[in-house]
Design a protein around this ligand. Structure first.
Ligand code: G3P
Ligand code: CA
Length: 348
């Protein structure tokens, strides 16, 4: 064996050893067995594929095609952010205002930065919630996205209930402090539609509540204690309160913790558009500590296959992802139907 071949062979062996050491150690620290027990007891599939704002890489976030596509791809949960209009309608919308994801500039020029709760439902229905996507992502644009409407909670429930595959729903109370009584309104709406009565029966959890505000989760705990609840956290909260205190709080108000994941941004060819500049909390030792505290762990927002593998191998119990189409492949649930057929099936 020549010297050069020996160097290559030894280099390869050292890399394999190092990688297995890192992954093995990560697996050990992440305590995946405990995670399995915690998620299993609550009826939460593992790994849970949570379609973040729907299949939001492929279609405008929180719109009908985004949720229909996530459902058809086989997501376990449709994730949405809930807010309330001036006249009391529960709406799926992420941002405080409407400027990024609608044509509010054109329709209500004087109200571009006004918060969603200052609009009535009828006013919101005048907005196009899909056209922005075609301008922002021309490589994924579709003519049928133009003129999409902002959805009500009721529309989302219709979507979840109407396919061959029935996903659960993963609801975030967004800026809950601004919407007094929104938890009660949500629980009542879900109860009317039969989504709460099955919770806690041992079957798959149909609903999970999530919030960055522990007070909101505490209200859900009183109103519907059987529904799983997850405290979302970010690096600002950890810097302010410390990891141990946050873990304690998460266990007090809920059953899960939503850690800040890697969140690199990728182009359609997986080229890196921008790297995370902030502190990451989905390290295996954090995941393991959360499991020891009796919490399931769902990091957000995990979009690249390598990140999906990394968090899974180091113990996380699922992922919030914009890329359901990638997650189903990574987690062995690849749909047998091509995307182009799915677009046809859902009519977009
Ligand atoms: O709900 C998980 C994740 O969605 C939290 O962040 O800002 O995307 O709602 P955000
Ligand atoms: Ca959210």
């Amino acid at each position: 064996m020549s010297f050069r071949v020996k160097v290559v062979v030894l280099g390869f062996a050292a890399t394999v050893l190092l990688l297995s050491g890192v992954l093995g150690w990560g697996y050990f620290l992440g305590e995946p067995t405990r995670g399995k027990t915690v998620a299993g007891a609550l009826g939460i599939p593992r790994p849970a594929i949570i379609a973040h704002r729907g299949a939001s890489y492929l279609a405008p976030e929180e719109t009908r095609p985004a949720f229909l596509m996530a459902r058809e791809l086989g997501a376990d949960y449709l994730e949405l952010d809930i807010q309330r209009t001036k006249d009391g309608v529960l709406i799926a919308h992420h941002d405080d205002d409407l400027s990024r994801t609608t044509n509010v500039r054109e329709i209500f020029p004087g109200r571009v930065k006004d918060t969603l709760d200052t609009f009535t439902f009828a006013e919101l229905q005048q907005l196009d919630a899909g056209g922005w996507f075609n301008s922002a992502f021309p490589d994924r644009a579709r003519g049928s996205f133009r003129g999409l409407r902002i959805l009500r909670l009721e529309d989302l429930l219709d979507i979840a209930e109407s396919g061959g595959h029935r996903p659960g729903i993963y609801i975030e109370t967004k800026a809950a402090r601004r919407f007094s009584g929104i938890e009660r309104q949500l629980v009542e709406a879900l109860t009317r539609r039969g989504w709460i009565s099955h919770a806690g029966s041992g079957a798959r959890a149909p609903v999970i509540f999530q919030s960055f505000e522990s007070e909101s989760l505490a209200r859900f705990k009183e109103l519907a204690p059987q529904v799983p609840r997850l405290l979302l956290i970010d690096e600002v909260m950890v810097a302010k309160d410390g990891w141990d205190a946050i873990l304690k709080e998460a266990a007090q108000v809920g059953m899960g913790i939503g850690t800040w994941g890697y969140r690199w941004a990728y182009g359609p060819d997986w080229s890196i558009k921008n790297a995370p500049t902030r502190y990451v909390m989905t390290w295996p030792w954090y995941t393991g500590q959360a499991h020891k505290a009796g919490l399931f762990v769902h990091p957000w927002t995990i979009d690249h296959p390598w990140e999906m593998w990394a968090v899974w191998l180091t113990g996380a119990d699922g992922v919030f992802t914009n890329r359901t189409e990638a997650a189903i492949g990574v987690y062995g649930r690849r749909s047998s139907t091509e995307l182009v057929k799915l677009w046809e099936r859902i009519g977009y």
